[in-house]
Write a protein that binds this ligand. Structure first.
Ligand code: PMP
Length: 425
């Protein structure tokens, strides 16, 4: 399959080769690399991607959820054009930052106040910094297999050596006992600043938290004197667009939330926010205010694009429709994959393929699918590319608002065909 891929993609190959001369492995974004080299996308429109060799793909990756609006949402493109005519960046306060903040706050009722960053990674960095200052504690409880950004990856029970330097306690997702054990260990008791959790593990494999686990974490954090931080960078699109937290009663909501991805209308974006008493530490009118700087925190184009998306496109009704579309697609894919190694997990419009022997009911945390058959996964990925469907090599995919029913039916059909030929065991 790799030989066919190489033969079919001479221009992508040349572009990649050239990039290897100045970027390590030709790459500046680990998640978009796959061997032998990634296709080089030259253009995108609607729900389609076009590569340098002229192939067309149905975009099912949706830029790891940042591509919610598809590639050419007219209102956002018009807004960006209009905004550009007033200049690129001001080095100043401007109207759209407060407008976008108000729209975000309306959707995420746990966020009394929020601040913008340039990425989800930075949002988590700032949320953790706020938690350590607010609590006066240092340790951070996270979950194996979680991804909170390039400086916060946890796999095989390990914190990556390039992670932001915090003392991490790595628990197992959906496993209350593993959390209790860590929080009650004598060396940790009284020293934990925050529990940082994705209410669904996203790029780590689209594994949702059990509702009871989120309830447990809320109580465990409060009892430990730690803040509960929800990383909803990916899950912010869920339900009516208020994230998974929108389904929780007020007393079970997080203290802080990290956001990112589509909320910037497709431009670079991040935000963190939460309880007033915590976020007021950043109020510059206070003599003791903590600084939170960033040249592009209030990026003029991002603020305008994000505002437009929430005001004009991603209404609560559209959000709920997308959630339902994802649920129907999950059911169809599970039916198409049958009782084979191929498993599809996820929630709403964020899903992931795994080639694993683990039964659905036993997939509770990323470690349960660490047996993922990478070779079969690679074959599946190249098979889909050849048939014009674009997902992540690891099997992750996310729906946008512009995919049609026909696109999704054709995708299910391709998956069914792959299972019949390659995975019917
Ligand atoms: N948190 C989660 C849950 C994510 O999925 C991501 C990105 N995939 C991030 C944080 C980091 O966001 P960014 O890539 O914008 O830094």
């Amino acid at each position: 399959a790799e030989q066919d891929f190489i033969a079919r993609n001479p221009k992508s190959r040349a572009i990649y080769q050239q990039a290897t001369e100045s970027l390590p492995g030709g790459n500046t974004r680990t998640a978009v690399f796959y061997p032998p080299f990634p296709v080089s996308i030259a253009r995108a429109e609607g729900a389609r991607l076009y590569d340098a060799d002229g192939h067309e793909f149905v975009d099912l990756l949706g830029e790891f959820t940042a591509g919610l609006y598809g590639h050419s949402p007219q209102p956002i493109i018009d807004t960006i054009h209009k905004t550009l005519q007033r200049g690129i960046s001001y080095g100043s306060q401007h109207e759209d930052e407060g407008k976008l903040a108000a729209l975000v706050k309306l959707r995420f009722p746990s966020m009394d106040l929020l601040r913008f960053t340039n990425s989800g990674t930075e949002a988590n960095l700032m949320a953790l910094a706020a938690a350590t200052v607010h609590t006066g504690k240092k340790k951070v409880l996270v979950f194996d297999g979680a991804y909170h950004g390039g400086a916060f990856t946890f796999k095989n029970g390990q914190s990556s050596p390039i992670n932001a330097p915090y003392p991490y306690l790595i628990a197992k997702y959906n496993d209350e006992a593993s959390v209790s054990r860590l929080l009650s260990a004598p060396e940790n008791a009284g020293n934990v600043a925050a529990i940082l959790v994705e209410p669904m593990i996203g790029s780590g494999g689209a594994i949702p938290a059990h509702r009871t686990f989120l309830h447990f974490l809320r109580k465990a954090a409060t009892d430990a004197g730690a803040l509960l931080i929800f990383d909803e960078v990916m899950t912010s699109r869920m339900h009516s667009g208020g994230g998974i937290q929108s389904q929780l009663p007020p007393e079970l909501r997080p203290d802080l939330t990290a956001l990112g991805k589509y909320l910037g209308g497709g431009m670079s974006f991040g935000a963190f926010g939460g309880k007033r008493a915590i976020m007021e530490m950043f109020d510059p009118r206070k003599p003791t205010a903590l600084a939170h700087a960033g040249t592009f925190n209030n990026n003029v184009l991002t603020m305008a694009a994000g505002r437009c998306g929430l005001e004009q496109i991603f209404t609560p009704e559209r959000a709920q429709e997308l959630q339902a579309t994802g649920e129907r697609l999950l059911a169809s894919l599970r039916e198409a994959s049958g009782n084979t190694l191929m498993k599809i997990t996820g929630y709403g419009s964020i899903l992931c393929f795994h080639f694993t022997r683990t039964a659905y009911e036993d997939i509770r945390e990323p470690g349960d699918v660490y047996d993922h058959d990478k070779d079969l996964g690679a074959l599946f990925h190249l098979w889909l590319l050849e048939r014009g469907f674009y997902i992540a090599r690891r099997g992750f995919f996310a729906l946008s608002l512009v995919l049609t029913q026909e696109d999704l039916e054709a995708f299910v059909q391709a998956v069914r065909e792959f299972v019949r030929i390659h995975a019917a065991h």
